[in-house]
Design a protein around this ligand. Structure first.
Ligand code: GRG
Length: 299
């Protein structure tokens, strides 16, 4: 598997993150009624790793596209991710006070505005792709919009969240249900980031299938590490409360398999993901490095 020994992941991520931050800031100017725009911007511009837009840009470039072609979709993916965090944090769901190192949206603006800020971001994400994507075949843009709808609805994030909520406190939840939750709640959106980027960049069917497998594997590894960090990391490292899964008696990989076996599983998934990039040689370096980062991350 050829790699580039001079590739510096930290500066790559920093550079991509600052491009994404700027594009997100410009994507959503404040208008009337100001409170809703401020609430949407409060969570959208609160930092975070920006992993999802970075993955979208990287996979578009990997198959020969440009950053410009994918940036509106990259921003939309972060809008969708952010709205899922706002709704996940609500008292009716995970009931969290802190997210991304600051008060959650409903703690700052109230539950009514937080629900609407999430709704506003979700609707705007689709509008933003349709109105701002340039230099891409319109049929690919349609495919991207359709893929995203499938990813966020009952077939994806919503379905995963419903099963997650229904499983809370149930001592009999096994690996099969946990895998369903992880695939739908977390891996689906990460897969959409990589697949939509590749669609916009003009990937072949074979490339799309391989990149989809790459992304599902890193998505599952990402959620296992998330479960591990809930046990091992501090609230300062996470920017949100820690130990919530144990307190809520949630089924997680560490609870079902133990910490060591969970880490081994995440590593196995990362290796499987990297194998999908073999065909790309050195051009696959960024996605390979991101896969590795997912298993070693501390926040
Ligand atoms: C999408 C319509 C719609 C509704 C949302 C609430 C809900 C339905 C789904 C929950 C999705 C959820 C919160 C999944 C957890 C994913 C996850 C591991 C989030 C943390 O991602 P990071 O670590 O966060 O990338 P940052 O802050 O770095 O972006």
């Amino acid at each position: 598997m050829p790699d580039n020994p001079t590739f510096d992941l930290d500066s790559y991520l920093q550079q991509r993150k600052s491009l994404v931050e700027q594009a997100l800031d410009e994507s959503l100017p404040v208008a009337e009624p100001t409170v809703i725009y401020e609430a949407m911007r409060y969570s959208l511009l609160a930092g975070g790793k920006r992993l999802r837009p970075i993955l979208c840009l990287a996979s578009c470039e990997l198959v020969g596209g440009t950053i410009e072609m994918a940036m509106p979709t990259a921003c939309a993916l972060e809008m969708i991710h952010t709205m899922s965090l706002i709704h996940d944090d609500l008292p009716a769901m995970d009931n969290d006070d802190y997210r991304r190192g600051q008060l959650t949206n409903h703690k700052k603006y109230g539950e009514d505005i937080a629900i609407l800020a999430g709704d506003g971001l979700l609707a705007y994400a689709f509008e933003y792709i349709a109105s701002n994507t340039q230099g891409v075949n319109p049929s690919s843009v349609l495919q991207v919009i359709s893929k995203l709808g499938h990813t966020v609805g009952a077939t994806g994030l919503v379905g995963g969240q419903v099963v997650d909520l229904a499983s809370e406190g149930d001592p009999d939840i096994g690996l099969e249900t946990l895998d369903y939750i992880h695939r739908h709640k977390t891996a689906a959106l990460l897969e959409s980031c990589v697949v939509t980027g590749a669609l916009l960049g003009g990937a072949t069917k074979q490339q799309l299938a391989g990149l989809s497998r790459y992304a599902i594997n890193i998505g599952l590894a990402f959620q296992i590490i998330d479960d591990i960090l809930d046990v091992t990391a501090t609230p300062q490292e996470l920017g949100k409360s820690a130990g919530k899964d144990i307190a809520a008696n949630k089924a997680t990989y560490p609870r079902l398999l133990g910490l060591d076996a969970s880490k081994a599983k995440a590593q196995e998934l990362t290796q499987a993901a990297m194998t999908e990039l073999d065909a790309y040689g050195e051009a696959g370096t960024p996605l390979r490095a991101i896969a590795q980062l997912i298993t070693t991350r501390k926040s």
